[in-house]
Structure formats: C-alpha cells, structure tokens
Design a protein around this ligand. Structure first.
Ligand code: GTP
Ligand code: MG
Length: 460
C-alpha cells in the first residue's frame, strides 16, 4: 500500500471542517482506537450514546483551560467507514484544532490520507466504487445540476445498471458452461439463438449506457452560451448587462466586435461561459471575415445560442440567414432594444424558430434581463444534460471500462454468430465481466485505488 494510506486496524484522524477560522471545527477519527484516543481527553470511561451529540469538556495538555466540545460517537458497523467513528465538534480555531490533533496523534491516531475515510468505506463494503467516486463529485459539485447527478450516483444508479448487465452475462456464462459439460451427450442444452439474443441485449444495454453518458462532463467549465446576431443588434451590450460590468466594447458602428471573447458568470448558481462574437454579415475586411468565421464555428459547439435581434427594426435578410444557421432546439430568441418603439415581427422568422422561447430585453436599461436569466437557467435545468435519470456523467475511468466491456461483448456476439464453440464466447464474456467489475470496484488494485482516492480532500 502506498504512503498516505494506512493498514487495517489503524485509527485515522483528519479535520472534517475546512481549514481556517470558522464557527465550528470538526475532527474525525475512524478505527478501533477512536474512543480510547479521546476518552482520556474528555475524562470519560465509556463512550457516549451512539449517533447523538454529547456535550463534554476537552482537557488538552497544552491549554490551561478546558474547552467545551460535542462528541458524536458512531460505533462499527453503523458508520460511514463501518469502523468505530468519533467526531469532535469544537470551536473552529486553527490553533485549538492543531493542539487537539497533536494530542490525538500522541495517543496513537495517524493522520489520514486523502479520501481515506471513503476508501475505508469502500474496502469495508459500505459503498461500491461508483458511489465512492460520487462522494468526490458531491464535494466538488459546482451547481444544483451537478449536485443532483452526484446524488443519483450515490443512490447507485450506475451501479444498478451495471449489475443488471453483469447478471445477464453471468446467466449466459452459467448456461453455456453447463452446455459444455453435457456436450458429449447428444442433448441440446442451450439454444444458440438464446445466447445470441442475451449477448445482444447486454450489448444494447451497455451501449445505451455509453450513449446516455455521451455528455460526459459536458459542462466542464459551465454551459457554453453564444451571443449570435447581425452587427449592431446589441450583443456586446447584452453581455455587459448580464455581467453587470462593461466587459465588452460597445459602439454605434456595426462590426465593433471582431475577436469574440468569453466571460464566466454564475447565474442563479449555474456556471455559464458567455461568448460574445462578431456580428455576422457580408464582411467588409479580412479581419472582420475571420471574426465572423469564428462566430459561425462557435454556433456548432455552443450549448445554448442567444439569437439577438434588434426589436426596433423589421427582421432583415441577415437575421433570416443567421436564423437558418442555428439549431432551434438550442436557441433562445432575445429581442433587444425594447426601450425603442417596436418594429419587429417574429412571424417573419422561420417557423421552427418563431416557436422558441423569446424574451424582450433592453440591454441599455437592463429591462427584461432578469427574465432572460430565468429562461436561460430553466432551459439548462431541463436540458437532457442535467435532467435526472436521463443522462449520466461518468468519469473517464468508468467510461474506459464500459467501452472495453462493450468491445468484448461485440466480439462474443461475433463468435456466437459464427458458432465457433461456446469456449470462445465464454472467454470474451468473462473479460467483459472483468471490465464491468472494475467500474464498480469488484476488481481493483491498490494503484487504481490510490489514483481515485488521491483526488479527494483530506478528511473525506
Ligand atoms: N436604445 C438601445 N440601444 C442599444 C441597446 N443595446 C445596444 N444598443 C446600442 O446599439 C449599438 C450597438 O451595440 P453593440 O452592443 O455594440 O452591438 P453588437 O451587436 O455587439 O454589434 P457588433 O459588435 O458590431 O456586432 C450601440 O450604440 C448600443 O448603445 C438597447 O437595448 N437599446
Ligand atoms: Mg459587439
């Protein structure tokens, strides 16, 4: 086992609260010496009642006075790690916590490695690896959608799908191997069509899982939003209104923005990458043409396109040609300049766009901008990438294993179809099971565990 993680039977210790000054500081111990390490410091011979907060006073050798604290005692096996776990809640004062840590280390506790509590939970069979990784996701969740996804995984959504697939493959293996045992007696024990059918189903389930997880971390840095429209409709002004600062240059001259640029914004707790781009028209110069080319490329990769229109003018030919370039399903219409007399008729847009949500705003006065934010957030919340149960965010590691398992099943299916003998089919099926086992942690080695858990913070 690598440095940083400890052997079975040891007792580990870490702060479970963030570093720095805070109202409350928490130290957490896990292992058989959790109570013996603490009992002397609180002057109690027996542990308090489990799963309650028990008031006590800490007597620390380096401090003159006693310190009030609360103890939470979670004896094995009903604890996060399935070991004896004890938490000490006291003031969030770094000097006090360091003093307490020293006292506990002197009594035999060891400083925990990153993610060691969760690693123990996994090794002791409390959670499978997909759930352990979900704990990490939960800690790192940047918004409500990521939080919800991590909770889904924590409930074992991925694990259940994989278990169903494993069951199907095991079933085929069991029947197939029994058939090999009876192969010298002239009885048809296994129907080749059934074998093919079952492998085909397992493969379809796995491929569906991979397909659903296509959006693997689809929003690594937030939802990519593109401000798209012809020159002078107020894209840069709108970016500034959303950012509440003059981030982009604005001028009455069409063609002001050339190099598009991005800003990252938190809107209602969601991270958005907002991209301003050159207005699209028949370019007057090569640099403008280059800027327009970039805007057109960004249309392909954006998660959400805000098609900005000038509400004070009729829909122009440029507006229509831009409307033709966007995917309506990813587009919201923003009718800007609502402070001016209205001159637009949305009915002049292509029919599929006309039906998309539209918001009237004035980037100049910020009128309607809050409504636009509401609509953007709602669109993201209900998009497939964040709808619960519809799509998985899986780690690259998990994805790699699923793809390897899918390859093995494909090869098993080919062997089954060419009727080369069940031995060959079984070899591939066993290998597929091995890869699926790696996703949930039935087949793992220490190096892999080190890699996974080293991404955790200490104390989890
Ligand atoms: N009255 C009014 N004027 C606006 C509004 N939004 C933008 N403008 C004006 O419209 C002009 C163009 O604004 P920009 O934000 O530079 O437009 P743009 O779409 O970024 O233009 P390009 O960068 O050239 O593509 C500026 O003079 C703005 O002050 C608005 O809501 N109301
Ligand atoms: Mg601009």
């Amino acid at each position: 086992m690598k440095a940083g993680y400890h052997l079975d039977g040891t007792t580990i210790l870490a702060a479970a609260s963030p570093p720095g000054h805070a109202q409350r500081g928490i130290l957490r111990l896990s292992g058989p010496r959790s109570w013996p390490c603490v009992s002397g410091l609180v002057g109690l011979n027996t542990p308090p009642s489990p799963r309650r907060l028990h008031p006590c006073r800490l007597r620390l050798p380096r401090l003159a006075a006693t310190v009030p604290a609360l103890l939470a005692w979670m004896p094995a096996p009903r604890s996060y790690t399935r070991e004896d776990v004890l938490e000490i809640h006291t003031f969030g004062c770094p000097a006090l916590l360091s003093c307490l840590t020293d006292a506990l280390l002197a009594r035999g506790a060891l400083l925990a490695g990153p993610g060691e509590f969760t690693r123990r939970a996994f090794l002791n069979g409390r959670i499978d690896l997909t759930r352990a990784e979900a704990v990490l996701d939960l800690i790192r969740a940047r918004d409500a959608a990521e939080h919800r996804q991590a909770c889904e995984q924590l409930r074992g959504t991925l694990h259940r799908s994989i278990a169903a697939c494993q069951q199907r493959i095991l079933h085929v293996c069991a029947f197939g191997e029994a058939a090999i045992d009876f192969s010298d007696q002239d009885i048809e024990v296994i129907d080749p069509a059934w074998v093919e059918g079952e492998i085909g189903k397992a493969l379809a389930e796995l491929d569906a899982l991979l397909e659903e997880s296509q959006g693997d971390r689809a929003r690594p840095e937030g939802v990519r939003v593109l401000l798209f429209g012809r020159p002078n409709v107020g894209k840069s002004s709108l970016l500034n209104a959303l950012a509440r600062r003059p981030a982009a240059l604005v001028s009455p001259f069409p063609g002001t923005t050339r190099d598009g640029f991005e800003i990252i914004l938190q809107l209602r707790g969601f991270p958005f990458r907002l991209r301003d781009a050159a207005g699209v028209r028949e370019a007057l110069s090569p640099p403008e043409q280059a800027g327009i080319q970039r805007a057109l490329e960004a249309v392909e990769s954006a998660d959400l396109i805000l098609l900005v229109l000038d509400g004070s003018q009729p829909v122009s030919c440029d507006d229509r040609s831009m409307a033709a370039r966007v995917d309506p399903a990813r587009t919201l219409l923003v009718v800007n300049k609502s402070d001016l007399p209205a001159g637009i008729r949305l009915g002049d847009l292509p029919a599929d766009l006309e039906r998309r949500p539209s918001v009237r705003v004035s980037a100049l006065t910020s009128d309607g901008v809050e409504t636009l934010v509401d609509v953007m957030v709602r669109t993201v919340e209900t998009s497939s990438a964040s709808a619960p149960g519809q799509s998985f965010w899986i780690h690259a590691r998990q994805r790699g294993c699923l793809m390897a398992a899918s390859r093995c099943l494909r090869s098993a299916l080919a062997s089954a179809q060419s009727q080369t003998g069940f031995e060959f089919v079984a070899l591939d099926l066993r290998e597929a099971l091995q890869h699926l086992g790696e996703v949930v942690g039935e087949v793992v080695n220490d190096d892999l565990l080190d890699l996974i858990f080293s991404r955790f913070c200490i104390g989890k």
